[in-house]
Ligand binder design. Sequence first.
Ligand SMILES: Nc1nc2c(ncn2[C@@H]2O[C@H](COP(=O)(O)OP(=O)(O)OP(=O)(O)O)[C@@H](O)[C@H]2O)c(=O)[nH]1
Ligand SMILES: [Mg+2]
Length: 353
Amino acid sequence: MSGGAGRESPTAGRESLTAGRDVAEGTGSNASGRPRFGPGRDVAMLVAKARDGDPRSVARLISLVENGDPALPEVAAALAPHTGRAEVVGLTGSPGVGKSTTTNELVRALRAAGRRVGVLAVDPSSPFTGGAILGDRVRMQEHTTDPGVYIRSMSSRGRLGGLAAATPQAVRVLEGAGCDVILVETVGVGQAEVEIASLADTTLVLLAPGMGDGIQAAKAGVLEIADVFVVNKADRPGADATYRDIQGMLALGERQPGGWRPQVVRAAAIRGDGVDEVLAAIEKHRDWLAASGNLRLRRERRAAAEVEAIAMGTLRARIGSLREGTALATLASKVAAGEIDPYAAADELIKGL
Ligand SMILES: Nc1nc2c(ncn2[C@@H]2O[C@H](COP(=O)(O)OP(=O)(O)OP(=O)(O)O)[C@@H](O)[C@H]2O)c(=O)[nH]1
Ligand SMILES: [Mg+2]
């Protein structure tokens, strides 16, 4: 496995598997000159190569996920036996708080410990890969030639269900490719980030002094999802005040007996300071998860959300296609004419799905 992020061309891996397949029925290779795939075998082959650590295959699989390719059920089935073991760590927080810098340092420390690391930088707010992602790449460049690290940016590209639905699948790809630890960075502190963060075993919420983050975090419900708070930019004035704010807020919060008390760690990621402490807090949380039975619970909750997101996506697509069919039109004219009530019509519609 190698750092696909640094080498990948901007369009690499973007064509869908089905597109490749269409071309494969033509002249022998697709437009980009890649060898063609035969139906059925292509997914198995891609997954096998990804498992061997081929970064291009990992990149293509994640592109399939990102684009909502019709081959996804097949991909998920091929990956399933190889998933469920990696540690997933989410990093979230306001723009510019230092998520990528911290991620970069965590990657360095994890690599030094011999772990294989995957990084997903997820931007729920922008439909296209933009500047923030480029920044991420620059920030993490030192790892892009390390075969033990796979870095990938994802944007929503207008996909139905958004990144909240796609991210768990991308995590599965990285797990399948042999990553021991997967770091998921999401920008901002909105609802989408909360959803994405909730797929992690351990969620880090980053704050920085002078950004009014304490209040922001409380507002956005981020307090509930944080397992570890990282007060980054501790080299700047005001870090102690931010630290005290968070501690104060935590003191007010109620916890069940034996529940997890979020850790608060000070760091200056830009200098690599505090990174060992962040890792120690992650490990401590992981130990608590395992000892308390919460690891299994969290993962089951995550799987439930994943299944639900896929089912909702399927239902939404089917309901969407009903609009084009006659069933809805027929029911609508009956409702408009007062022949049946809209609830009965909705029941009728659902029965027909
Ligand atoms: N002073 C100081 N600056 C830092 C520290 N960590 C990161 N920065 C700087 O803060 C800026 C933003 O850092 P990033 O790591 O890109 O932040 P981010 O949260 O990933 O940003 P987005 O992905 O755009 O939301 C950069 O200029 C970093 O060099 C730190 O510990 N101290
Ligand atoms: Mg970033």
